[in-house]
Design a protein around this ligand. Structure first.
Ligand code: GDP
Ligand code: IMO
Ligand code: MG
Length: 429
């Protein structure tokens, strides 16, 4: 199998960035295919930390990096991130970065609307990253979006602005806000256009060419399956499809191009923002895992909610996303616990469930059924071979593998790129 698609199999922040960076040396191209700068992917290479939101994680290793059409692109955020990463010594040129010219743009008015809606929603708020992601995707499917290719046609943007502003001015009025300042918006677009257009191209064509030449493509998902707009814990989800199938539609390649689907799975569970979380721990163990795992959002700095491993959710994610094998990350965070627990089912209204029901109220009422196992006191941090893992950690990994009905291909034992145990090479299997 030549290509690999990396997706998060929980609620995001599973360690996708670390694994994509590690795999990037085996790939010729890394492609982002959905989401936007709501993503926060952390890479640690020889002690140096890189935080990426919009740039594909292949950029740091110099691999050709592509932002596909399925991404919503905030051009100002892109410029800031390019400057930040270049400041860390990474060269970013039109040789190693390509942006799909049919990407919809995130505009300042999307950020405004995201914030206005969240504030108005009170207790019903989703807890978004506030980056305008939802409103930008709404305008895409509402056929009102300004896209990257429009930046080369700003002199004829008026009819599109009419459509866009007719929609947004009505919404803004409902929130007591002034209409969109069209002249200011156009001016901002004129100012940013040359920067974005430098990278813009029909990336489907570029990908077709490199694929024909035998290139290995690594697709980098953002968020996680439980945040998928169809399959996740709706409405507490993001506004894109995060499942593996999106790699094809979000980059302009066919469904046969996605290859090996590598689900990234944290050895416990975390979530940022609102919504159901059956195995959430609000006790000392939750605190301990959060502290040891540095569970704070990369994008917003919010404290992540923490809980035990939920095998029901991961089994469901793996099935929905056609996961071939998983990378189990952050096993080291569980070091030193006397006991560890895995959720194997839910109790709801007197019945046992082996899946997460679709309704939000049912999801919130699910009580986890736990299986307890002995923990391990030895350190797994930095282990680079399976044989270096303590016997109980191996038992834990094997039990997860059985319960989720999917093999473990990689284990990650620290934030560092090379602290990774390879059991099955996704580019070969
Ligand atoms: P992503 O959004 O899926 O890319 O994940 P994030 O980067 O937002 O969050 C994962 C965090 O865990 C980052 O701070 C990583 O540096 C860190 N990390 C990744 N793998 C491991 C691991 O195996 N052990 C530990 N302790 N930290 C890890
Ligand atoms: P990575 O790629 C974790 C969550 C937000 C919120 C919901 C909707 O780093 O795994 P949005 O701004 O997308 O409309 O917010 O989705 N969320 C993430 N949680 N990791 C992410 O990305 C996330 N991107 C969005 O916290 O609950
Ligand atoms: Mg993240």
């Amino acid at each position: 199998m030549a290509n690999v698609t990396v997706i998060g199999a929980q609620w995001g922040d599973e360690g996708k960035g670390k694994i994509v960076d590690w795999l990037a040396s085996r790939a010729d191209v890394v492609v982002r295919f959905q989401g936007g700068h709501n993503a926060g992917h952390t890479l640690v290479i020889d002690g140096k930390t890189y935080k990426l939101s919009l740039l594909p994680s292949g950029i740091v290793s110099g691999t050709l990096s592509v932002i596909g059409n399925g991404v919503v692109l905030d051009p100002w955020a892109l410029r800031d991130e390019v400057a930040k990463v270049e400041g860390q010594g990474v060269s970013i040129t039109d040789e190693n970065l390509a942006v799909a010219d049919n990407c919809p743009l995130i505009l300042p008015l999307h950020r405004d609307l995201d914030a206005l809606r969240e504030t108005a929603a009170g207790k019903g708020k989703i807890g978004t990253t506030g980056r305008g992601i939802g409103p930008a995707y709404e305008d895409k499917v509402g056929r009102r979006a300004i896209r990257v290719c429009d930046l080369a046609h700003l002199d004829t943007l008026e009819p599109q602005l009419d459509r866009l502003c007719a929609h947004h001015d009505a919404l803004r009025a409902g929130f007591g806000q002034p209409p969109v300042d069209r002249a200011a918006l156009l001016e901002e677009l004129r100012e940013i256009a040359p920067f974005v257009l430098k990278f813009a191209q029909p990336v489907w064509k570029r990908l077709k060419k490199v694929r024909r030449a035998g290139a290995k493509i690594l697709f980098e998902g953002a968020q996680g399956v439980l945040l998928d707009v169809d399959h996740g814990t709706y409405p507490f989800v993001t506004s894109s499809n995060t499942v593996s199938g999106t790699a094809a539609s979000g980059s302009g390649l066919g469904p046969n191009s996605t290859g090996y689907v590598l689900g990234i799975v944290k050895a416990y569970t975390t979530r940022v923002g609102s919504g159901p979380f059956p195995t959430e721990l609000e006790d000392d163990i939750g605190q301990r895992l959060g502290t040891r795992g540095h569970e704070f959002g990369t994008v917003t700095g919010r404290k992540r909610r923490v809980g035990w491993f939920d095998a029901v959710l991961v089994r469901q994610s793996c099935a929905i996303s056609g996961v071939t094998g998983i990378a189990l990350t952050k096993i080291d965070v569980l070091d030193g616990l006397d006991q560890v627990a895995i959720c194997t089912g839910y109790r709801l209204h007197g019945k046992v469930y082996d899946y997460l029901p679709s309704h939000a109220a049912d999801q919130a009422a699910c009580e986890p059924i736990y299986e307890e196992m002995d923990g391990w006191h030895e350190s797994t941090a930095g282990a680079r071979s399976y044989a270096d893992l303590p016997a109980n950690a191996i038992k834990y990994i094997q039990r997860i593998q059985e319960l989720i009905e999917c093999p473990v291909a990689l284990v990650s034992t620290s934030p560092e790129r090379d602290d990774t145990i390879l059991m099955r090479d996704p580019f070969v299997d």
